[in-house]
Design a binder for this molecule. Structure first.
Ligand SMILES: *[C@@H]1O[C@H](CO)[C@@H](O)[C@H](O)[C@H]1NC(C)=O
Length: 371
């Protein structure tokens, strides 16, 4: 039974994933000291999520969140090192043996020996042995970047493992966006005034100049920046929009059940633009989806905490779900979740197994970079 639930939980919905109801071990965790970045309390409120077509979320949805807490910064390299030291965890990028890096961040040597790139985006180069410890491949190190820089080349699976170890969970998309907006909930940016970003008022790490061959560095950084390079928002939360994409616990709305599941990333990254002239338009709304094993040079995460379990309704009780699954199978669970208004996309263990086998087969070709 527990094994089945692990699998179930992998492919399921914000309502289940990381929820206390399904993770009995979290009860212990909540009494343990939480690790990683300091948590900032975010008060309960109702806000309009989305609402910017160019950021990838046309239309708005009214969301009511209970109070929760979220890491004040993305998880840094030194935080992640603690986790790896203790658990010997191997990230997906390490298992695959390569990851995507932006060409202009590579040394000439590594660029020369890395002929593979994405057809439609040749600046994304497949680099052997690029992973969190060596973000730009074999000749790079984290010297001077341990404390202040976000960990990158992190997959959704890696991020979940870290948050669980830290006694936390991934934020839902709504929790992430709500925290990023700060006290002025109408704002598309983390700061209070409605200024769009521009020369002389860069308050986040995106790209200035003609991408990808020119970077004017008006915001001070070519690629990844320290997590506290710019001021915090009014909730005390740093580095939400730009810098690195951050994983959330929500399935990506565009992904269909018969395809390999995708998960939602928020906030854009250092290659994005103020108005979407190239790559993504960078706002608190910005989102995209990717598969659970994908990660690249501009992918990181932060964790959250709180029993909101998705910040909406309390998640269904584990005992209830187990009983339903025993008696009526996955269909019964799905029906129950649909009726209770919870996200009802659930994959059966067999479906998940199939997905994983296909993944193995496709391996390298299946992973796409965060563009
Ligand atoms: C990176 O790739 C782009 C093509 O997308 C190219 O224009 C640019 O010159 C390349 N930069 C480096 C440093 O190789």
């Amino acid at each position: 039974m527990p094994r089945m639930y692990r699998l179930l939980c992998l492919g399921c919905l914000p309502a289940l994933c990381g929820s206390e109801a399904l993770e009995p071990s979290n009860q212990k965790a909540s009494k343990k000291k939480r690790r990683g970045p300091a948590l900032r309390k975010i008060p309960a409120r109702t806000f309009l999520m989305g609402g910017d077509e160019l950021s990838g979320a046309p239309g708005t949805k009214q969301i009511s969140l209970q109070a929760y807490a979220i890491d004040e910064t993305p998880v840094t390299n030194s935080h992640f090192r603690e986790f790896v030291k203790e658990t010997k965890f191997k990230t997906d990028a390490e298992r695959y043996g390569w990851s995507f890096v932006l060409n202009s961040s590579l040394s000439q040597a590594v660029l020369r020996e890395s002929p593979q790139h994405i057809e439609s985006a040749p600046h994304w180069v497949a680099v052997e042995n690029a992973w969190w410890r060596h973000p730009e491949g074999r000749d790079s190190s984290l010297k001077d970047r341990w404390e202040d820089y976000p960990v990158v080349h992190i997959s959704w699976t890696d991020a979940n493992a870290y948050c669980e170890w830290a006694g936390k969970r991934l934020p839902t998309e709504a929790e992430w966006e709500n925290a990023a907006r700060g006290k002025r909930k109408e704002s598309l940016y983390p700061w209070e005034d409605s200024d769009v970003p521009g020369k002389g008022r860069w308050k986040m790490n995106i790209w200035q100049g003609r991408f990808p061959f020119e970077n004017l560095l008006e915001d001070g950084y070519h690629a990844i920046s320290p997590v506290k390079a710019y001021p915090a928002n009014s909730y005390g939360v740093f580095s939400t929009v730009g810098n690195v994409w951050e994983w959330t616990s929500d399935p990506f709305p565009g992904s269909r059940p018969e395809e390999e599941p995708q998960w939602t990333l928020k906030g854009g990254s250092f290659i994005d633009s103020p108005a979407g002239e190239f790559n993504h338009k960078a706002t608190v709304v910005t989102r995209m989806g990717n598969t659970a094993d994908s990660g690249s040079y501009n992918t990181g995460f932060r964790c959250a905490s709180g029993k909101g379990g998705g910040g909406r309704k309390r998640p269904p009780d584990q005992k209830v779900l187990e009983k339903l699954a025993e008696e009526g199978g996955i269909e019964a669970v799905q029906e129950f979740l649909a009726k209770s208004g919870q996200s009802a996309q659930v994959f059966t263990p067999a479906e998940l197994q199939k997905t994983r086998e296909e993944l193995r087969k496709q391996q390298d070709s299946s992973r796409s970079p965060e563009l």
